[in-house]
Design a protein around this ligand. Structure first.
Ligand code: UTP
Length: 305
């Protein structure tokens, strides 16, 4: 695929002030657990998936989270709201530390909500946030993907965006056999000493290729910094695989007009949208918990595996 545009934009790029969190999917892989509750509220140990994502937004210095919600997702709004009754009861029982933690959730970042009336795909969900994002670059986080890292994954990506001023997608090397579960990029490395062998300029991307047809082993994961030009491309993107408006299709259209970068972030990512990935995240994150880790380790050791 041909693309135009130089590696660097003319001036300093606009600051990223908004993060879009699409949470309107049906969560079919977790049925029946997701029949009456949002997948994004499933907890890893004791914290819902979506809270990990919102904390990453806050820790990356982005002041506003825009949730794209749908039917049956009210629990997410409630989770990030102030709960006076609960706080009052915790205070009454002398559980002040827990009360403080509960109050802190609603103060993580400023939050707004927009509705996706039908789950027509990730691309469609992002398009629903167009009026709230306006003409600014913005981040997208899929709460299925939890990234544990010293510097938040999104913050690492913002540093790339600040230098290049173009869309940045997070990628990770995956096993050849796993490529058919991801969007895979075809790309060439960018020479930049800050991100030696971790920054790529994307030439093309393919959604869920067969291993033999995959152009690389670099898979796109659920973290993006996008320029507002994506909205025009999303609006022009027809329904693709699964009858859904695919973000990858819109990104391919954008690629014709402006460069897009792929960035191998530092950190460990868990695919909590998949049952096995969810269990792996649960076990590994529980083992790291100071209040739980040692007892859990002893328990796992006692299992006759
Ligand atoms: P997934 O591809 O994981 O889909 O969406 P899903 O519906 O959540 O789950 P499965 O595959 O049926 O089990 C990735 C992210 O995009 C959001 C989801 O909520 C999830 O955070 N999404 C997906 C939307 O907001 N709207 C959609 O129409 C589709």
């Amino acid at each position: 695929m041909l693309h135009t545009g130089s590696d660097r934009p003319a001036g300093k790029p606009m600051r990223v002030r908004k993060a879009v969190l699409p949470v309107a999917g049906l969560g079919t892989r977790f049925l029946p657990a997701t029949k009456a509750q949002p997948k994004e509220m499933l907890p890893i140990v004791d914290k819902p998936l979506v809270q990990y994502a919102v904390e990453e937004v806050g820790r990356s210095g982005i002041p506003m989270a825009i949730f794209v919600t749908g039917r049956g997702k009210d629990a997410i709004e409630d989770h990030f709201d102030v709960s006076f009754e609960l706080e009052h009861q915790l205070a009454g029982r002398g559980q002040r530390e827990l009360r403080r933690q509960i109050r802190a959730i609603s103060a993580l970042t400023q939050m707004t909500y927009v509705r996706q009336k039908q789950a027509l795909g990730l691309g469609h969900a992002i398009l629903m946030a167009k009026d709230l994002v306006d003409d600014e670059p913005f981040a997208v986080l899929l709460s299925d993907d939890i990234v544990e890292s010293r510097v938040p994954c999104l913050k690492q990506m913002l540093e790339v965006f600040e230098r290049y001023g173009r869309s940045v997608v997070a990628v990770q090397k995956v096993d050849k056999r796993a490529v058919s579960s991801y969007g895979i990029i075809k790309a060439h490395p960018v020479r930049d000493r800050s991100w030696d062998r971790r920054l790529f300029r994307i030439d093309d991307m393919v959604e869920k290729p067969a291993p033999a047809k995959a152009p690389s082993d670099l898979a796109i994961i659920g973290r993006y910094i996008l320029t507002p030009a994506i909205f025009q491309e999303l609006a022009a993107t027809k329904r693709g695989a699964g009858g859904e408006i695919q973000l990858t299709d819109a990104l391919r259209r954008l690629l014709v007009k402006e460069p897009i970068y792929g960035f191998i972030f530092e950190g460990k990512r868990y695919d909590a949208g998949d049952k096995l990935g969810f269990l792996q995240a649960t076990v590994e994150m529980a083992l790291k918990r100071p209040d739980l880790g040692e007892r859990f380790r002893q328990y796992l050791k006692s299992l006759d595996l």
